[in-house]
Design a protein around this ligand. Structure first.
Ligand code: PA5
Length: 452
């Protein structure tokens, strides 16, 4: 099985080689801490060996449940927020036809999302379109108590029960949550929904290789066995026994850490293929929530090229020099399309006629890389031979492992997210949630002062 490529020479070109190499022993120590569960946040290190401990039996159970639901539905609504939907969405987008929803002979269900916002229009209009489709729901929440998905689930559940009746609605709902804790598991048991468990020791943003990601991906038609195989391959390539120079997670973590010590505090994930847009959204959550604490962390941003070269390109080329880029380069597109020749060459494009679009895209990529490096924006290049399940599994695991190492290099706990609670506390106080009465008055006074 071919691995994704992170070339050591190219990584050494991003920051002084000796400085990257000086992190070798630290990185090894951190990989060992991740494996031996001795570092910060060690209650949440279950993701490290998911590729080897996930049984074929569980994968088959997920696949069977996905197949059973697919028989009934044209649309699956995935309800979840943060780590409970971004991984699935990123993989589904990469694997799906760009215009699946518009295919006349569509065989794969359309996947829609809810519970990732509280937009009234969004949910109203979703319920409106669902009138016209046969649909099912998967509700995903590790805590089982997150407000956004809980609200969406209540609305959609009522809609589903009204549309199909309570008994049939039950057969169209799959709940993915903690085995014991939270309101969702109690509801799922009471109603008799099909459920899958999110392991206790796997946090939301590291959960894409559990039923959280695998079930929606399987419903969408992705090969979850191949994803896990790819992840397992990357697990073999990133453990502490692999020499630093050959370990993509170690190289990536060390290079970006070195760059951050040189004032490069913003990392932009770059893709040149629109189906990768949401992969960067997943990556941003993984790194942002894992590293951004105690005044530390590289700010994760993303762009879609060449689209954003016409909006963000100027800044990246010429703005503040606190950026570096990580470019996800896909060698082989799934389809091939050549530029037609025209005798009169009225648009002046004959110099590239008969060339495949992937060739033009590649030249755009190389030209951009050179321009940005010349402009003082170091580029880490990750080459992905093809966008299939195997490479997606590899990428996911590589970025997770590198994120754990990166968090430890920064000496933060990469597996908690205490900062996320702040807005919730204020929101609950403002909404008058039982138990928040005292806080409620304080917060209201502050808001009144702010807006008077
Ligand atoms: O990474 C995390 O832990 C978070 O982003 C969660 O995934 C997110 O807050 C959703 O939480 P839950 O699955 O408990 O509803």
């Amino acid at each position: 099985m071919e691995p994704i490529i992170l070339s050591v020479d190219q990584v050494f070109a991003t920051a002084p080689e000796n400085e990257i190499l000086s992190l070798k022993e630290d990185v090894k120590k951190h990989i060992n801490a991740l494996y031996q569960k001795t570092g910060k946040g060690n209650d949440y290190l279950g993701w490290v060996d998911l590729p080897t401990r996930t049984s074929d039996h569980l994968l088959k159970e997920i696949q069977d449940a996905a197949n059973a639901l697919r028989e009934k539905i044209e649309v699956l609504v995935v309800i979840g927020i943060g780590g409970s939907y971004l991984g699935a969405k990123s993989v589904i987008d990469i694997l799906s036809h760009n215009f699946n929803a518009l295919l006349p002979d569509r065989k794969k269900p359309i996947i829609l999302y809810a519970g990732q916002n509280i937009g009234e229009d969004y949910l109203f209009e979703l319920l409106e379109v669902l009138e016209n489709y046969d649909y099912g729901i998967t509700i995903i929440s590790k805590s089982g108590t997150t407000t956004e998905p809980a609200i969406a689930f209540r609305l959609l559940r009522h809609h589903l029960e009204t549309k199909y009746g309570k008994d049939e609605a039950k057969k169209r709902i799959v709940a993915i949550t903690d085995e014991k804790k939270g309101a969702l598991i109690d509801l799922a048991k009471k109603e008799g929904y099909k459920t899958f468990v999110i392991p206790d020791d796997v946090g939301g943003r590291y959960s894409v290789l559990t039923p959280v990601g695998l079930f929606p991906i399987a419903v969408a038609g992705g090969d979850i066995f191949a994803i896990m195989k790819g992840a397992k391959h990357m697990m073999e390539l990133t453990n502490a026994k692999v020499p630093f120079e050959e370990n993509p997670a170690a190289l990536y973590a060390a290079a970006r850490y070195c760059l951050s010590t040189k004032g490069k505090h913003i990392e932009i994930m770059v893709n040149f293929t629109p189906r990768m847009h949401n992969f960067a959204e997943w990556w941003k959550q993984l790194y942002g929530e894992s590293e951004g604490k105690q005044g530390k962390g590289i700010f994760p941003a993303s762009v879609d090229f060449t689209t954003d070269l016409h909006s963000m390109g100027q800044y990246i080329q010429d703005g503040q020099r606190n950026l570096f880029e990580t470019v996800l380069s896909v060698s082989e597109p799934r389809n091939s399309l050549a530029i037609p020749h025209e005798n009169d060459d009225s648009d002046g494009l004959n110099f590239i006629s008969y060339k495949p679009l992937s060739y033009v895209n590649k030249m755009a990529q190389l030209g951009t890389l050179l321009a940005h490096v010349d402009g003082g924006v170091p580029n880490i290049l990750i080459e992905i031979p093809k966008l299939n399940e195997n490479y997606i599994g590899q990428l996911i695991y590589m970025f997770e492992m590198a994120c754990g190492i990166s968090g430890y290099l920064l000496d933060v706990n990469p597996f908690d997210q205490p900062g996320v609670e702040e807005y919730k506390r204020n929101m609950f106080a403002l909404l008058g949630k039982p138990g928040c009465e005292e806080e409620s008055e304080k917060i209201r006074n502050r808001i009144d002062k702010m807006f008077k």
